[in-house]
Write a protein that binds this ligand. Structure first.
Ligand SMILES: [Zn+2]
Length: 247
């Protein structure tokens, strides 16, 4: 017997199948990832954002098949926010793709993820209003690692346990920062005292508080480049969209 659910969701990935069908991955606040098929999704509104386009926030009804192994199907849809500003800019689109692909890798089906859902929506809103990509991606990465419970230690040296006063090396394998004299010296990325303060601020403050922090895009990109190998190592995933953004 079929049943149905109604939920708010963000479209994270879209795979076109045949002429008119697509299989979509949604991030929902209460049910984690949802994978469902939709018929004629591309014909809904030609030339404009449709409720089942990538990164659109939408309210939808999903019918759940009674038989195991059959795909869920999208029923009615109602667009909440199309985030049209993201679509208008290649770099912002790459940044949104990076966040969508990474979240789709980290969240499971039936895994309540309201923290990650709020984070994705917040980051999409920032990108939509022309925020620079790496500032948003750095915030996303720090908050996602915190949600996953694998945020590196930024306050104390993981070898001598003393408070970090100035610069430090991030050791991806050991999960935190080290004083220069406490490291074996083989690490590539040095975070300045200011960089570490930014990372601590992003990790500890609420989303509404971090919106008041202004980080230059070149600094956000440099800090992101040091933090990202840690994330890729611990999440076991590297997004293709990041390579496209850097090309
Ligand atoms: Zn130390």
């Amino acid at each position: 017997m079929r049943s149905s659910i109604t939920t708010e969701a963000v479209v994270l990935t879209v795979t076109d199948v045949g002429e008119e069908d697509r299989i979509l991955t949604f991030l929902t606040p209460d049910m984690g990832l949802l994978c469902a098929a939709a018929t004629s999704a591309r014909n809904l509104k030609k030339g404009r954002a449709a409720p089942l386009d990538l990164f659109v926030q939408t309210r939808l009804t999903i019918s759940i098949p009674g038989k195991e192994g059959k795909l869920k199907r999208v029923g009615s849809t109602e667009m909440i926010d199309p985030f049209l500003g993201i679509r208008a800019d290649y770099r912002r689109l790459c940044a949104a793709s990076y966040m969508g692909q990474t979240a789709a890798h980290c969240i499971q089906e039936d895994d309540p993820s309201s923290g990650t859902y709020d984070l994705i929506l917040y980051c999409l809103r920032r990108l939509d209003t022309a925020a620079a990509p790496f500032g948003v991606m750095l915030l996303f990465e720090v908050k996602l690692l915190r949600e996953m419970g694998i945020l590196p230690e930024f306050t104390h040296c993981i070898k001598c346990m003393e408070v970090m006063g100035g610069e430090g090396y991030l050791d991806a394998g050991r999960g935190g920062v080290l004083h220069r004299q406490c490291s074996a010296g083989e690490y590539k990325g040095i975070l300045s005292g200011g960089d570490l303060a930014v990372l601590r601020y992003l990790s500890e403050r609420s989303l509404s508080a971090v919106s008041r922090l202004s980080v230059k895009e070149e600094d956000a990109m440099r800090i992101f480049d040091i933090l990202h190998p840690f994330s890729a190592h611990h999440l076991g995933y590297e997004s293709k969209a990041l390579k496209m953004l850097k090309r």
